[in-house]
Design a protein around this ligand. Structure first.
Ligand code: NDP
Length: 334
């Protein structure tokens, strides 16, 4: 465990998820909010009084490069629309601060590679906001699978979806979201398939279904079904949707199974295996995540399943392949 000074974090993008992270961080022991970066002055003043943030730690999107001269901020947590992540992460890296970036890390694998390179050059750490990698039920299932408790892994099923509301939101705007449900929640099934199976996929097939083209415009996927093949012959079969409520992972091996349902929502996560239910007490995911990330950034701790830029890149490589498979109708090797 890490027991040095707390990680001093500035949050960039004071939207709905940024607000959730900030609330959850109030219970953190190793991380604290010390700054904000926002395009909305009224939010800055609300956050300043709510979280006791000094004016010298407040920035906007024009001037946040100046953060390089601020010794009181260790890391910036980028929680803005997907299409902005690449440039913002690179600017934070150039300012010499560690970066935590929300999922999806970038719009595609190429962007992720550029982000990784920039952080390497600047000698700062880059983490992706994969909160499930710290969720105790999920971690326990990953550990049981690594110990071989489910035997040889044969298959994974993943469902991630919700009926999305407001048609004018950025999530339904290709330019800001980079896609549709796959970019937003399908990434949990891609990531989940990888940590549940414990291998990297070697091929992808995928099909798209669109029932409402007026709401889900060109380039914004409503529902995608995709299949992944793994080196040992295991297969994953997943559905991601902006139309169907789905929140379930199932792992099958020749000696047992694990089910997470819900699997990726804010919780409580429920897990059971062929041996019975797991019963970890619910903790806010973002509280655990930020405490653990403090240890990773400042204490060089290693999580059970990685959350670094390379991990974000692996998911975007699979996502690129899924979009290509939808477009071509062909099996795409990875
Ligand atoms: P919101 O729309 O609620 O907030 C995004 C914020 O980004 C805005 O409030 C705004 O903050 C800032 N922003 C900067 N430029 C723009 C722009 N051009 N359009 C809109 N907003 C802009 O989105 P979410 O908080 O739901 O999502 C943000 C990111 O977090 C996404 O990448 C998403 O995938 C991820 N996320 C992750 C979750 C998880 O569980 N890990 C859950 C939910 C989201 P300001 O006014 O301060 O500038």
């Amino acid at each position: 465990t890490y027991d040095g000074p707390p990680l001093r974090v500035a949050i960039m993008g004071l939207g709905s998820y940024g607000s959730r992270v900030a609330e959850a961080m109030q219970a953190c022991k190793k991380a604290k909010i010390v700054g904000v970066i926002s395009g909305t002055p009224s939010k800055i003043s609300t956050w300043q009084s709510k979280y006791n943030i000094p004016a010298k730690n407040c920035y906007n999107y024009e001037n946040f490069d100046d953060i390089k001269n601020n010794p009181d901020i260790d890391a910036v947590y980028v929680i803005t629309p997907n299409a902005l992540h690449r440039d913002q992460v690179i600017r934070v890296a150039k300012a010499g601060k560690h970066v935590i970036c929300e999922k999806p890390m970038g719009l595609n694998a190429k962007e992720c590679e550029e982000m990784i390179d920039a952080c390497k050059k600047a000698n700062v750490k880059l983490l992706v906001g994969y909160r499930m990698h710290f969720e105790p039920n999920t971690v326990e299932i990953i550990n049981q699978r690594s110990r071989g408790e489910f035997g040889r892994i044969l298959s994974f099923e993943g469902g991630t979806g919700f009926p999305i509301g407001d048609p004018t939101q950025w999530r339904l705007n290709k330019a800001l979201a980079g896609g549709g449900s796959l970019m937003d929640v399908g990434i949990y099934a891609v990531n989940g398939a990888r940590y549940m199976v414990g291998q990297e996929p070697v091929w992808v097939t995928a099909q798209e279904t669109k029932t409402n083209p007026a709401k889900f415009k060109e380039g914004v996927d409503e529902t995608i079904q995709f299949q992944l093949g793994f080196p040992n012959g295991a297969i994953a079969s997943c559905v991601t949707s902006y139309n169907i409520s789905l929140d379930r992972f199932v792992l099958n091996g020749d000696k047992g199974f694990a089910e997470l349902r819900p699997a990726f929502g804010y919780g409580p996560i429920k897990a059971r295996t062929n041996k019975g239910e797991l019963s970890f007490p619910h903790v806010m995911h973002q509280t655990t995540q930020m405490d653990e990330m403090a240890g990773i950034i400042l204490g060089n701790n290693k999580p059970v399943f990685p959350v670094d830029g390379e991990e974000g890149l692996k998911d975007l490589k699979v996502i690129d392949a899924i979009y290509l498979a939808v477009k071509t109708g062909k099996k795409v090797p990875l």
